[in-house]
Design a protein. Structure first.
Length: 335
């Protein structure tokens, strides 16, 4: 069970109210420190899964106060241990079962990490360019190891998970940022691979290239699995570097193949790679949204939750409809 240290800065006048909220949440591992300028600081050690409820409650009550602050920090180790804390809590509560909490990190922690990973920066574009060049070389040389290396440095996990996250919460600003970052990555990778295809010798018969000019149902399953894994890596607080490789596998190779073939004058096969890219992007985002919904992710206020549900329904309907049309095209073209 991952632990978090929650620091709460509150005006002294509201200290007793915050203490009541902490005790009502049946938290036992907390303490108060002396503040300054008529402020009080509470520090709580609790599980990552338990942070969202109390942070939501405090934000609802004091979020509009300029003197109210919260900071959430990871905890490497603590004494008493998490097991001892749970045992003590169980003894104090008797046989009463604990209230169910979502098995994920808090929405606030998710937002902070995903927002940062969706930013369009010079470093992001450089990494996209490098991964594109390495992938193009691996594809032309039919070298699987080099292609995998390109996936390791491709930074596409963040903006795609951010798009799914924004769709789930109905966050327009984050969704626009994620779309801009995704669009910049696609345009950069496409432009570079197009130039490489124009100047280098591209053979559509190469296995690694040919394999990405035809869409199969296995590719759809791979893209769905990639989207689920990407969302889970964030909600579980796990390292996302290796999961990012899985998402990049579904997006970078078909995108680079599309540019290489188009630059080399092979328009027909390039359309197959483009179709694979579009299907994979749709599947990754649908899977991400569904995973966030299953994990119980929703906005803090009920009116925001209502708006988010409508946005999510529209987005899922649009994506599923487009995916269904593309699969039908795939089916009829195969027959």
């Amino acid at each position: 069970m991952a632990l978090r240290l929650l620091e709460i800065v509150i005006p002294e006048d509201h200290a007793s109210e915050v203490l009541a909220i902490i005790e009502e949440a049946q938290l036992t591992n907390y303490w108060q420190t002396c503040g300054c300028e008529s402020r009080v600081i509470y520090k709580l050690i609790l599980s990552a899964e338990s942070t969202e409820k109390i942070m939501d409650e405090l934000e609802k009550r004091y979020g509009k106060s300029s003197e109210f602050h919260m900071a959430l920090l990871p905890v490497e180790a603590s004494f008493p241990s998490p097991k001892e804390i749970e045992d003590k809590k169980g003894e104090e509560n008797g046989a009463e079962p604990d209230e169910k909490v979502p098995l994920r990190v808090s929405r606030q922690e998710l937002y902070s990490e995903i927002f940062d990973s969706a930013k369009l920066t010079n470093t992001f574009l450089v990494m996209v360019a490098l991964s594109t060049i390495v992938a193009a070389i691996g594809l032309i040389k039919n070298n699987t190891a080099v292609i995998i290396g390109a996936m390791v440095i491709a930074p596409l996990l963040g903006p795609n998970v951010a798009l799914s996250f924004a769709t789930t919460l109905g966050d327009v600003e984050l969704g626009i940022n994620a779309l801009k970052t995704n669009a910049a990555a696609i345009l950069a990778a496409f432009g570079i691979s197009l130039l490489l295809g124009f100047f280098l010798t591209v053979d559509p018969a190469i296995h690694e290239i040919q394999a990405r000019t035809a869409v199969s149902y296995a590719d759809i399953i791979l893209a769905l699995a990639s989207g689920i894994a990407g969302a889970l890596s964030f909600t579980s607080g796990l390292p996302s570097a290796l999961i990012g490789v899985m998402v990049a596998v579904a997006l970078i190779p078909p995108l680079v193949v599309f540019g290489l073939l188009l630059g080399g004058g092979f328009v027909g096969p390039s359309l197959g790679a483009f179709l694979l890219l579009v299907i994979n992007m749709i599947c990754v985002n649908i899977a991400g949204v569904i995973t966030f919904l299953i994990k119980g992710l929703q906005p803090i206020y009920w009116w925001e939750a209502s708006k988010a549900k409508k946005a999510t329904r529209y987005a899922i309907f649009l994506w599923v409809s487009l995916l269904f049309i593309l699969i039908l095209l795939l089916y009829f073209s195969a027959n």
